[in-house]
Structure formats: C-alpha cells, structure tokens
Design a protein around this ligand. Structure first.
Ligand code: IPE
Ligand code: IPE
Ligand code: MG
Length: 255
C-alpha cells in the first residue's frame, strides 16, 4: 500500500514540478486562509474542526513553499476584526499557534525555517504570545523560509499607526513632512522587514482583501480559488505559482 502511494506521489510530483520555472519564483507569497468554517459546516461539523484541519494545511503550505524556493510566506491567521466572533471560537483560535508549534516546531527548525509574526501581540492571550515568542526566539538565526504569521493584524490600523508616528515626529520637530516618503511609510509598517508580496492567494471563493496588507499589495498578483483552506495542498500552491509565472507585471509601464 505504501509503495503504491509512493509511486503515485512521485508521479504526481513529476507532473507538477517541471511546469514551474526556477527563475521566476515569487519571493514573497501571502495567503488569506479562508473557508475553515464553511469546510466544517459542509460536513456537519463544528467550525472549530475546520480550524483544526486548517492547521494541517498551514504545514502543507509551508513545506511546499520551502520546496519551491519561496523566501517569505505570510499567512493571515487572525484579523483585528476576528475578535467579533463568538468567544469560544476566538479562544480556540488563540490555542492553535501553541498546538501547531508543539507539533511542528522541531521539523520547521530542521528545515531551517524562521518564524515571525506581524500584528498587535500585546492584545493576544499570554499563552499565545508565549508560544509565538518561543518559536521566534528558537528560529531567529535560521536562514531558510521566513514563515510570517499575521496574528491580530489589521492593515488600516497598521497604516493609521504609521500616520500617528509621522504626526508625532513632525509635532516634536524630529521629522519633516518631506521625510514622510513611501519608503518611510513602508519602513513603519509591520512588514518592514519583508519585501512586498509578489503573489496573494485567497481561498474559499471570496474576492476581497478583508483588511489585509492594503499598502503592500499595491502591485501584487492576485490568485483566488474556490477551495476551502483545509483542502489546500501543495498542488494548489503550484497552480498559483504557475499562474503567477504566466503573468506579465508592468507596474504601470509597458512590457
Ligand atoms: C478562516 O476561516 C480562518 C479565520 C478567519 C480565523 P473562517 O473561519 O473565516 O471560515 P469561513 O469563512 O467562515 O468559512
Ligand atoms: C479574513 O477572513 C481573515 C483571515 C483569514 C484571518 P475573514 O473570514 O475574517 O474575512 P471576511 O469576514 O469574510 O471578510
Ligand atoms: Mg472567513
């Protein structure tokens, strides 16, 4: 049985891998991981089972991204608006990083993955932030894939915070209005250490950004799929990257 699976898997890999060009791999891929609840509902299961299975898709996406040669993978895990959900669901979601890291951290360390996060950590439960901090500390010297979790992240708030910082600096006389360039703004966002995403993926059929990286996605290629996040596999990432490689990015110029 295992042999049958292995030969099928090898065949699958042969079918999908060669279609990607090594020269044009997106450096930064960002994913809005959506549809966990609907995936569960469709099976008559509670929403949290969808989140649990979504966690397995996170692992698949990270391993596949690493394999393809993607350098930065940002995953939208919890938005500043997701606090509006029932407390039970929020509590469950806040336990997931610990659970994910307890199971996967050692393998991610072996794969040289560096874990980071963006968002507002000070509002997260202590146990959630403790798990994230430990993972960031233990992987901070790793030089492979940067796996960046957007956790309690909201783009308007991030931009608003940068505005406030500029206003304070100008009021204090430490910053001139001319200093507030696009570079300055980029450097004062949570993603300041990362390049802008080359490719944005959203699952679940929704065609919106839901307050995700509004500044940074200005010239990203967008790829939407109807599948729900728990169904996301390496193949979907390949499909998205293959589509990315067929696109011409013009940035307003001519190709
Ligand atoms: C994405 O799945 C996970 C989070 C937003 C935390 P959802 O929970 O939004 O699932 P749907 O969109 O309700 O199906
Ligand atoms: C976006 O999904 C947030 C995350 C994936 C973490 P939502 O499910 O919260 O987005 P809306 O409410 O459908 O726009
Ligand atoms: Mg959703």
């Amino acid at each position: 049985m295992i042999k049958v699976f292995q030969s099928w898997w090898k065949k699958e890999q042969k079918q999908t891998l060669p279609s990607l060009s090594k020269d044009n791999v997106p450096s930064h891929v960002a994913i809005i991981m959506d549809g966990n609840g609907r995936w569960a509902n469709r099976r008559g299961l509670p929403r949290i089972v969808g989140h649990q299975n979504g966690m397995k898709a996170v692992k698949r996406a990270a391993i596949a991204a690493d394999e393809i040669g993607i350098k930065f993978l940002t995953l939208y895990a919890f938005s500043t608006e997701n606090w509006k959900r029932p407390k039970d669901e929020v509590d469950f979601l806040m336990r997931l990083p610990e659970e994910f890291l307890a199971i996967e951290l050692e393998e991610l360390i072996e794969k040289n993955v560096r874990i980071q996060m963006m968002g507002h950590p000070e509002e997260l439960p202590k146990h959630t932030i403790a798990a994230m901090e430990e993972a960031m500390r233990r992987t901070k010297h790793n030089t492979g894939l940067v796996l960046n979790f957007a956790l309690n992240y909201g783009s308007r708030r991030e931009i608003n915070d940068a505005f406030k910082e500029a206003a304070k600096g100008i009021a204090a006389g430490t910053l001139s209005p001319d200093d507030v360039t696009e570079e300055w703004i980029g450097a004062h966002l949570h993603s300041s250490e990362l390049p802008d995403p080359d490719l944005l993926i959203r699952t679940s059929g929704e065609l919106r950004l839901s307050n995700f990286m509004l500044w940074q996605l200005a010239y990203s290629e967008l790829w939407f799929t109807d599948i729900y996040w728990p169904e996301f596999t390496k193949d979907h990432l390949f499909q998205a990257v293959a589509e990315f490689q067929r696109r011409t990015r013009r940035y307003g110029g001519l190709s």
